[in-house]
Design a protein around this ligand. Structure first.
Ligand SMILES: *[C@@H]1O[C@H](CO)[C@@H](O)[C@H](O)[C@H]1NC(C)=O
Ligand SMILES: *[C@@H]1O[C@H](CO)[C@@H](O)[C@H](O)[C@H]1NC(C)=O
Ligand SMILES: *[C@@H]1O[C@H](CO)[C@@H](O)[C@H](O)[C@H]1NC(C)=O
Ligand SMILES: *[C@@H]1O[C@H](CO)[C@@H](O)[C@H](O)[C@H]1NC(C)=O
Length: 252
């Protein structure tokens, strides 16, 4: 009998930690996107792993990671300009291959310029529901913070209300949420303005990332994802970089 019980426990432990074949689709603006030139863009390349980041991988080899994020997009223009249809097609394609398909959604940088947070929240809610209706699994992500500082070394980013709106939608819709806004502020305040700015695409572009920036923030997203889905995802650890991020040490 005890032996049977042990076997049963082992069975459940295996089921609980079993990694299903998994794919990722990324939805968002330029702070997620590939970038249009080699040294630009958002955290997507660092998360998906690409030749751009010297193949520093965040995901197990062969894990599809389709970055459909688009420069300049709001939740409204992403849909209106047809990028959302591209995301939906990518999600349908992965789901059709019987893969668990996680879809990150991160907006705010451009929505902030056109409408109050409540408008973005309505649009995020619709995206979450549409993703679920085709078998994908939405993961909301709060906005990557801008690396702007005041004289006291505190980040002066203005995306807080948009991050809060994203978290509220996650609670209402019961999705996972990665608080990248909070983690990115904590890290860049810890390393300070000079070290934060060498992650910029250009010295005075505090929004977009260079290759080292995408490596750092891609890893930050991977670690937040890994913690949120403990043991379930094909995310490869990078203990050195994670140590630096969690201890506020510059890596570049
Ligand atoms: C981003 O790059 C990946 C390959 O690295 C590609 O599959 C995807 O289509 C690109 N996305 C956009 C929007 O260019
Ligand atoms: C949300 O989507 C609507 C269209 O459905 C659009 O009018 C509005 O501007 C969008 N809000 C934001 C913040 O993009
Ligand atoms: C961590 O930071 C140290 C010191 O800045 C650096 O030498 C090392 O390369 C970093 N590790 C990784 C994996 O980036
Ligand atoms: C990235 O970091 C490496 C190592 O510190 C450095 O040699 C390289 O110039 C950096 N790249 C950019 C674009 O700043």
């Amino acid at each position: 009998m005890p032996r049977f019980f042990n076997a049963l426990l082992l069975f459940f432990a295996c089921v609980a930690t079993r990694q299903l074949p998994t794919s990722f689709v990324l939805v968002g603006d330029s702070t997620t996107a590939n970038g249009t030139t080699p040294n630009s863009g958002g955290w997507g390349n660092g998360f998906c792993g690409s030749t751009i980041t010297g193949n520093i991988a965040s995901l197990a080899a062969g894990t599809p990671c389709i970055n459909t994020a688009h420069n300049g997009a709001t939740t409204g223009t992403f849909v209106a300009n047809g990028f959302w249809d591209i995301s939906l097609a990518a999600i349908r394609g992965e789901v059709a291959k019987a893969r668990r398909t996680l879809v990150t959604i991160q907006f705010g940088h451009n929505d902030q310029k056109v409408a109050p947070p409540e408008s973005m929240a309505v649009n995020l809610t619709s995206m979450v529901q549409q993703i679920r209706s085709i078998g994908g699994e939405p993961v909301l992500v709060t906005s990557l913070a801008r690396r702007t500082f005041n004289a006291n070394g505190a980040v002066t980013d203005t995306l807080g209300p948009w991050a809060a709106a994203t978290i509220l939608v996650a609670q209402q819709e019961r999705t996972h949420v990665l608080d990248l806004h909070k983690s990115s502020i904590a890290y860049v305040e810890a390393i300070g303005p000079d070290s934060a700015h060498i992650l910029n695409r250009l010295p005075d572009d505090n929004t977009h990332l260079n290759v080292n920036g995408t490596t750092v923030f891609g890893r930050m997203v991977a670690d937040l994802m890994s913690a949120s889905f403990f043991g379930q995802l094909p995310i490869i650890p990078n203990p050195g970089l994670t140590f630096n991020i969690t201890h506020g040490i510059p890596s570049f």
